[in-house]
Design a protein around this ligand. Structure first.
Ligand SMILES: *Cc1c(COP(=O)(O)O)cnc(C)c1O
Length: 374
């Protein structure tokens, strides 16, 4: 029998072994996706506490049985309004949303066309769906067009282009306007995963589609409430029929207990905050922090995600360890989360960071860059 210890030893050797370390409040956190600092916002916490007092802790059953509580419905109404769609559906996680949505909407005979850098949840959902899976190199629109031309939808089949809006490990943008032109030209749909954009882009913070004024041209709006929204859970927003079909067929939705009512209540509070003047002020603060940090390390990045590419896995781990000794929590991201030989430090900035902390980390990173200029 193959022994787990042998496989672990091989991971160790390749610098690919992962370990759970306890979150330390003593370290300055540049690892979280809590871009607006909402994860410990008192209003969200209070919303969760009130919901526990009203509904109890557990949600008791799946959404379609008796698990749908008032906060779930309220959150779905708010999300649909925010996204300007007819309806929305909330899942326990973004991962479950991707898996459920893609398997519900695509099957054998359909085609899913993904950007090469799409998140694992989208890849897993696409594989599980049984649809033909085609991948285009990151942001390579000519290749995307060739794939659309080769796999157009028919009377009885679907073709869906799948992309993130802000890419999770590079922080760069999809060329959304061009992608929308293309999917419309060939009659395909677009699933846009706004995981790292929800809360951060657009006047009311609902994502990059809002910033570019193309919300109504996106067929399937997906995202998570676990990053800038500071809570947990995933959402799909689309037209009524699509949402009804997904809630009838998405197995990760149907066969899983509903998210905690307190989770939905805290997410409602997060969404209200994101769309308010306070949300706008936090986005301004984050933009200020991004600009400051970019200047310090000489990058032109305009998102909260700053990758510092190291290349080798062991070297990336060593750099992360050095930063830890200096008091910073910054993760080393390795294969298969990112392509081989592109191991990196992934620094995520937040509206909650203090100027001093940004300066200290910026100087530490600039020192690395001087030591190994490429
Ligand atoms: C984090 C992430 C998800 C998964 O969301 P969770 O709520 O953490 O399960 C999905 N897609 C992308 C692009 C992500 O970055």
């Amino acid at each position: 029998m193959r022994q787990p210890s042998d496989e672990l030893a091989e991971l160790d050797e390749r610098g690919l072994r992962r370990n759970l370390s306890l979150r330390s409040e003593a370290l300055i956190d540049f690892a979280s996706n809590d871009y607006l600092g909402l994860a410990n916002h008192p209003r969200l916490a209070q919303a969760a506490v009130s919901a526990i007092e009203t509904y109890g802790v557990g949600s008791r059953s799946a959404r379609l049985i008796s698990g749908t509580h008032a906060p779930h419905r309220e959150l779905e109404e708010k999300l649909a309004e925010a996204k300007n769609t007819q309806a929305s559906l909330v899942f326990s996680t973004g991962y479950a949303t991707a898996l459920g949505t893609l398997t519900a909407l695509a099957q054998k005979g359909d085609t899913l066309i993904l950007d090469k850098l799409c998140h694992a949840s989208l890849i897993d959902g696409a594989r599980l769906s049984g649809a033909t899976l085609r991948v285009y190199p990151h942001n390579h629109l000519e290749k995307l067009e060739r794939l659309l031309k080769a796999h157009p939808p028919t009377q009885n089949s679907r073709t869906i282009v799948v992309t993130e809006s802000i890419f999770s490990m590079d922080g760069d943008r999809a060329q959304l306007l061009d992608i929308i032109e293309l999917k419309e030209k060939y009659g395909a749909w677009l699933l846009l995963d706004e995981a790292h954009a929800f809360g951060l882009y657009g006047k009311t913070g609902t994502g990059l589609a809002e910033e570019l004024h193309v919300r109504d041209r996106v067929d399937l709006h997906m995202g998570t409430l676990s990053k800038a929204a500071g809570v947990s859970g995933g959402y799909l927003a689309a037209n009524r029929d699509t949402i009804d079909l997904v809630l009838n067929t998405a197995r990760s939705f149907i066969y899983s207990t509903a998210p905690l009512p307190a989770q939905a209540a805290a997410a409602c509070s997060a969404l209200d905050l994101i769309r308010s003047a306070e949300g706008e002020a936090l986005r301004k603060r984050l933009a200020h922090n991004i600009e400051h940090f970019s200047q310090l390390i000489g990058s032109h990045q305009d998102s909260a995600i700053h990758p510092v590419i190291i290349g080798d896995n062991h070297a990336a781990l060593a750099r992360a360890e050095e930063l830890k000794e200096q008091g910073f929590s910054v993760p080393a991201i390795r294969y298969p989360t990112v392509p081989k030989l592109t191991a990196r430090l992934r620094i995520s900035l937040s509206a909650g960071h203090k100027t001093d902390d940004i300066e200290l980390l910026g100087r530490a990173i600039a020192t690395f860059q001087k030591e190994s200029p490429d």
